[in-house]
Design a protein around this ligand. Structure first.
Ligand code: DAH
Length: 340
């Protein structure tokens, strides 16, 4: 009687376990058959109706049935788990032959490329790269460069004033003064940086642009040193056949002063659209440091001489990359920038 009941119960439990493929359902089956209020427990409770001498045998049968159901439940659970794991592995498989996501690498700005090239050339000639402040005292930007309060050169370089004494520098020439004031000679430096002028924006003007200043101060520095240095610089930046030409000019802080042209690197000097038929392209201002400028910064002009130059960085970038509108350098249009 009891054995039949147990066999039936086992068959039923195994059948239900076999039919399911859900872990939740497995749990339900466990509770229904083996739980506190489950069917097997129900049978155990009816043990009191079994004759005492049969109880050990029946008890053994109940335990065997429980153990078998538990074993099958456990096997079923393991099988289900490994099936889930396998399905997951299949679903998450990585196809290494798929094209990879492209890494978008940024570009250096044409100004940066030009600056790095200028720096490379001068560092190669033993120059130090220094920087000066963009917010500058009137003294460093004008006064100490021989441009007193009512000098007409101040008009040409109108700028943005913080107050009567502080302004946004109009030229990197102010760094010359800082360097000379340090009192360490010889000086051989270039100073790149941002400068500001109250100019309207157009194809060749911007209220903010960049210059690279150069200054050499030592004993016996002559215009020949200036010429040799800038000729070498021009060859390196515009090509080995580049020639230079100096035209007399006026800067308050140099005497004599000159503007330097380079032979057009497009037509070699014959004249073309690029150089507007001139054969020459204006590049920079330069000269021998004015004795009064040396003196104001505490350097004895009888003992030392020097040369200086100032070049517009944008001008070099525009020429080198044949860009015809300076505004393109500031608009940060990715279609423009990614060409460099
Ligand atoms: N600072 C000048 C300018 O902005 C450029 C310049 C000319 C710098 C001659 C110099 C120099 O150092 O000697 O127009």
């Amino acid at each position: 009687m009891m054995k039949e009941k147990l066999d039936q119960l086992r068959e039923e439990a195994l059948k239900q376990i076999k039919e399911t493929d859900s872990a939740d359902r497995l749990n339900e089956i466990r509770v229904a058959f083996l739980g506190k209020k489950g069917e097997l427990t129900g049978i155990l409770k009816s043990m009191k109706d079994v004759a005492p001498e049969d109880r050990p045998k029946v008890g053994q049968m109940v335990n065997d049935t429980r153990a078998e159901i538990e074993k099958v439940l456990e096997e079923s659970k393991t099988r289900m788990e490994s099936a889930i794991r396998e399905a997951k592995m299949k679903a998450e498989v990585i196809d290494v032959t798929l094209p990879a996501k492209k890494n978008k690498v940024g570009h250096r700005h044409p100004n940066t490329i030009a600056l790095e090239e200028v720096e490379r050339i001068f560092v190669g000639m033993g120059y130090e790269v220094v920087e000066g402040p963009e917010v500058e005292k009137d003294y460093y930007n004008f006064e100490a460069l021989n441009i007193p309060a009512d000098h007409p050169a101040k008009d040409e370089q109108d700028t943005f004033y913080i107050n009567a004494d502080l302004l946004l520098r109009t030229q990197t020439s102010s760094t010359q003064v800082h360097e000379m004031e340090k009192g360490r000679i010889p000086i051989k430096m270039i100073a790149p940086g941002r400068v500001f002028r109250a100019d309207e924006v157009d194809a060749t003007h911007s209220p903010s642009f960049h210059q690279v200043e150069g200054l050499v101060v030592d004993k016996d520095i002559t215009f020949a040193d200036l010429k040799g240095t800038l000729a070498e610089f021009s060859k390196q930046i515009f090509g080995p056949d580049t020639k230079v030409k100096f035209r007399p000019h006026h800067f308050p802080f140099t005497e004599p002063s000159a503007e330097m042209d380079v032979s057009c690197f497009k037509c070699g000097g014959k004249g073309c659209r690029f150089c507007k038929g001139e054969g020459w392209i204006e590049i920079l201002g330069c000269g021998m440091v004015h004795p009064h400028v040396l003196e104001m910064s505490g350097i004895d002009p009888k003992e030392y001489t020097g040369f200086a130059f100032g070049v517009g960085l944008e001008r070099i970038a525009l020429l080198k990359y044949e860009i015809d509108d300076m505004r393109l350098l500031y608009e940060n249009d990715i279609r423009f920038l990614k060409q460099f």
